[in-house]
Design a protein around this ligand. Structure first.
Ligand code: NI
Length: 139
């Protein structure tokens, strides 16, 4: 169990905080801090899982982004052109006025798949990125 607590200040968009508050209320957390600690643990678990995948994998990366964000479409395009060898297909749908959703289908070395995810997730305008993989040895 964690022993010492550190205090941090975080700036969040108001609508994000409102949504978070609804969730922690529905889940019965006693405080915002408790909900944030749990969310960070989940973030770390996901990162650890991503770091652990290896070998040849089939994968999907699902992303949503605000297409009004300056440069985002060029950036995503450049990333996908850089990994032609493992990106097999992609589907793009225009979801709402501001939001585009894309699913990228890949097959290749796990480290490279992870690299693509990391190159996507850090960009401004990205609202969601989810990686899912299939290990052919586990089927
Ligand atoms: Ni679109």
């Amino acid at each position: 169990m964690d022993t010492e607590l550190s205090r941090i200040g975080v700036s969040l968009p108001e609508n994000l905080l409102e949504k978070f508050d609804v969730i922690i209320k529905n889940r019965g957390y006693s405080s915002r801090s408790e909900g944030i600690r749990d969310a960070i643990r989940g973030y770390i678990r996901y990162y650890d899982w991503m770091s652990s995948i290896e070998g040849d994998r089939a994968a999907t990366i699902t992303l949503a982004y605000n297409h009004h964000q300056k440069g985002i479409e060029d950036t995503l395009n450049n990333i996908q052109h850089k990994y032609l060898d493992i990106i097999r297909s992609s589907v793009h749908i225009h979801m709402e006025n501001d939001t585009c959703v894309e699913v990228i289908i890949l097959k290749g070395e796990a480290g490279k798949i992870r690299e693509i995810y990391e190159n996507i997730v850090k960009n401004k305008g990205i609202q969601h990125v989810k990686l899912d993989t299939i290990n052919p040895e586990e089927i």
